[in-house]
Design a protein around this ligand. Structure first.
Ligand SMILES: Nc1ncnc2c1ncn2[C@@H]1O[C@H](COP(=O)(O)OP(=O)(O)OP(=O)(O)O)[C@@H](O)[C@H]1O
Ligand SMILES: [Mg+2]
Length: 458
């Protein structure tokens, strides 16, 4: 955050200073979780259904807050606004406009935004101070909140941008205008919102429409709906992928026994070997996207390749692979799921599980709309085609088993678990097994946590 007075904050947000002189300064971070408030910070009070944030005003002041921004006078120094989200958006825009040395990177896509944001953050950190906090801060709260983490020293701000509908990304791009914009992929995510993959492409392409003429649009050459967005931008287009026409390209991709990819990175007539430490064939595309951003920001190819060998996923429950003392290997990819990301995860399970018994615990995939049944069946079919030995569908994910049953050659076992506790009871793991846990949001988190060695829950 940059230092601002309550008076300036009121002016920017169209609010009123209460309980303080307008010259009182905010010198610390903006937080909406009262437990995170530190000295000089600004607490944003939301009135939720169960808890009214304004009631935490005395507590945050005791913790050193400079004031509270809310929709009513909380009896402490602060700013009263009509709408907190609108106020955050306006504040974020002012911060971006005041930081001349800042390059804003925005990224969107159906799967892998958080993962790739983590990678981009780690690459750009080699060039200068970078803000790219862990987690999935991609909506009209998380996005401006991330922007407000930028300060006078920040050179790069990496923003995940989610779209729940047409116009959302356009709005986020106005809050923090990106100079580099990345579109990762268009898959079967949030189809319930958009109706079709074409509808999703329309919304996600708003990112490249927002780029300036001296900006860079980083587009997936391997995804036709993304590659076609080149016609929707004034910015210079950089294509990443394995396709021949990609400007930042991976060739000679191999996978090791742990499902980790290695490839030759080819860009601008140079090449360098990349050996990834993260799991999954799909990380080739994600890391190429990150490479394209870093190259556009000025990191040389050799350094990009070197840094890619070290990148990890800072955000939890995404392709988190670990070995337990009993010889079971766990792939905790339980953060979220859609058919595309479940396909990537099942392929990783198959790669890691070569010569071993494989177990997949799959939960319900939300937000599929009219594709709900077919999406689950498709995933089940793939699991069977890949020869998963034990397939456990949790609760509403039962159609996965119907899909698996259509594969006549499948010799594995399919089981339905009524809830997560039942799935845990059905696991029946043996030394040497590889187990994948995946579902939408919380729907398989208990299963994943039950597999962690004691005390390592997160
Ligand atoms: N390129 C990819 N293709 C398919 N699946 C992927 C890809 N990259 C990551 N995933 C998987 O997608 C899931 C979600 O990953 P991540 O959280 O990075 O995506 P996201 O786009 O930020 O999701 P959300 O919409 O929930 O914010 C994880 O299971 C991850 O392993
Ligand atoms: Mg995310």
């Amino acid at each position: 955050m940059i230092t601002m007075t309550l008076g300036e904050i009121a002016e920017v947000t169209g609010g009123q200073v209460v309980g303080a002189e307008p010259g009182a300064q905010v010198t610390g971070p903006v937080e909406f979780d009262s437990r995170k408030i530190t000295a000089g910070g600004l607490f944003v009070a939301f009135a939720g259904e169960k808890v009214d944030g304004h009631e935490f005003a005395p507590a945050v002041m005791a913790a050193g807050a400079a004031g509270v921004l809310g929709t009513r006078d909380a009896g402490v120094p602060g700013v009263v606004v009509a709408d907190q989200l609108d106020a955050l958006a306006r504040l974020a825009r002012v911060v971006v406009d005041r930081l001349d040395a800042l390059t804003v990177v925005g990224l969107t896509g159906s799967s892998g935004k958080t993962t790739t944001k983590d990678f981009i953050g780690q690459l750009l950190a080699r060039l200068g101070p970078t803000v790219a906090p862990p987690g999935s801060l991609n909506n009209e709260l998380g996005h401006p909140y991330t922007v407000l983490k930028a300060g006078p020293d920040t050179r790069f701000l990496v923003l995940e941008m989610g779209a729940r509908g047409v116009g959302h990304i356009r709005h986020l791009a106005q809050v923090a205008p990106p100079r580099i914009g990345v579109v990762l992929n268009i898959g079967a995510a949030h189809l319930g919102e958009f109706g079709s993959v074409e509808g999703t492409a329309l919304a996600k392409g708003e990112l490249v429409e927002a780029l300036p003429a001296d900006g860079v649009a980083v587009l997936n050459a391997d995804d036709p709906l993304v590659a076609a967005m080149a016609s929707r931008t004034r910015a210079r287009v950089v294509r990443f992928g394995e396709a021949e026409q990609a400007d930042v390209r991976a060739v000679d991709v191999t996978l090791d026994a742990r499902g980790r990819a290695a490839y030759t990175l080819v860009a601008g007539g140079e090449s360098a070997l990349v050996r990834l430490a993260v799991t999954g064939r799909h990380q080739v595309g994600n890391t190429l996207a990150a490479a394209a951003v870093a190259l556009a920001a000025g990191l040389p190819v050799a350094q990009v390749a070197d840094a890619l060998g070290e990148v990890g996923i800072a955000s939890v429950r995404r392709m988190d692979v670990f070995d337990r003392p009993d010889g079971v290997t766990v792939i905790d990819d339980s953060y979220n799921a859609n058919p595309s990301s479940t396909e990537a995860a099942l392929r990783s399970l198959a790669a890691l599980g070569a010569g071993r018994r494989t177990v997949a615990v799959l939960g319900y995939m939300a937000e599929l709309g009219e594709y709900e049944r077919s999406g689950h069946e498709q995933v089940g079919r793939l699991a069977a085609e890949l020869g998963v030995d034990r397939l456990i569908a949790v609760a509403e994910a039962a159609p996965i088993l119907a899909g698996a049953a259509t594969v006549a050659s499948w010799t594995g076992q399919g089981l339905h678990a009524a809830d997560q506790a039942a799935a845990i009871a059905e696991l029946d793991l043996r030394p040497g097994d590889v187990v994948l846990v995946k579902g939408s949001r919380y729907r398989t988190w208990e299963v994943a946590d039950s597999l962690r060695p004691e005390g390592v829950r997160r």
